[in-house]
Design a protein around this ligand. Structure first.
Ligand code: MG
Length: 252
């Protein structure tokens, strides 16, 4: 069942999502050569504590990080640790925060220094995928219009769409109905209504779409070890247009 949020619930989600996005923005700003993913994780934990929020990923099915940090060939769910970030890397950071009973979930991929132009194109395209998908999150459209928008943009640019992981409804729970794949034909699935809240998160690969999970049980990598990019926003479906909830407070 897809939960339609009341105006009060949407107001609470706006607050949680803005805090989530602000923390992600600050953590992303710390990404630099020589920094470990563990240091990024500790910074996120410190910021969440200051905001009196709870990191949504920490302890989730036993996950040990406050963020997911996924470098280069790592797609999602990278466990923060000793990996040192280098010039030329692309670093995905995914962060979820619970505040006031609601969850915000957002991700970005940061280019470190000078990156391969093809990798830069991958990052730009993944952002375009997310924007196109959000553009379809309007009352009256069907759920798979969102999915299709991602696939069209990604494959149009010569990249591939990860199938094994999907976006999701979000609200009081991090994962609510529905699941939101990033591929498929348009015009299928539930009709969208204003007040539905989704975490839309294209994961796009430079090479093949297939993934593998490493022995740590978490870190997902591309099968061909070519890079992957991941951008995510928590949004509310609107009557005329979607509202992006995970916009950072750039002044804080
Ligand atoms: Mg998510």
């Amino acid at each position: 069942m897809i939960i339609i949020k009341t105006p009060d619930e949407l107001a609470a989600m706006r607050v949680a999502a803005k805090k989530t996005a602000t923390i992600l923005h600050k953590v992303a700003g710390k990404v630099a050569p020589g920094v470990t993913t563990k240091e990024l994780d500790e910074y996120a934990a410190e910021l969440a504590l200051k905001e009196e929020g709870r990191c949504a990923f920490y302890g989730y099915h036993g996950f040990s990080g406050h963020i997911c940090s996924s470098v280069n060939e790592e797609v999602v769910h990278g466990v923060p640790g000793r990996r040192v970030i280098r010039n030329g890397d692309v670093v995905s950071i995914d962060f979820g925060l619970v505040f006031g009973g609601f969850v915000g979930d957002t991700a970005t991929t940061v280019a470190v220094g000078e990156i391969d132009p093809k990798w830069k194109q991958l990052l730009d395209t993944t952002q375009e995928c997310l924007a196109a998908a959000i553009g379809k999150a309007v009352e009256g459209n069907r759920l798979s219009d969102i999915s299709n928008a991602v696939q069209v943009v990604a494959e149009g640019a010569g990249f591939s769409v990860v199938r094994d992981f999907v976006g999701h409804g979000i609200g009081r729970e991090m994962h609510e109905d529905p699941q939101i794949p990033n591929y498929g034909p348009p015009g299928r699935g539930p009709v969208l209504k204003a007040g539905m809240t989704f975490a839309i998160e294209p994961m796009i690969n430079l090479g093949v779409h297939k993934t593998q999970t490493l022995k740590d049980g978490w870190t997902v990598v591309t099968q061909d070890r070519l890079p992957s990019a991941h951008f995510e926003h928590t949004i509310a479906v609107g009557r005329e247009e979607a509202e992006i909830l995970t916009i950072p407070d750039f002044d804080s």
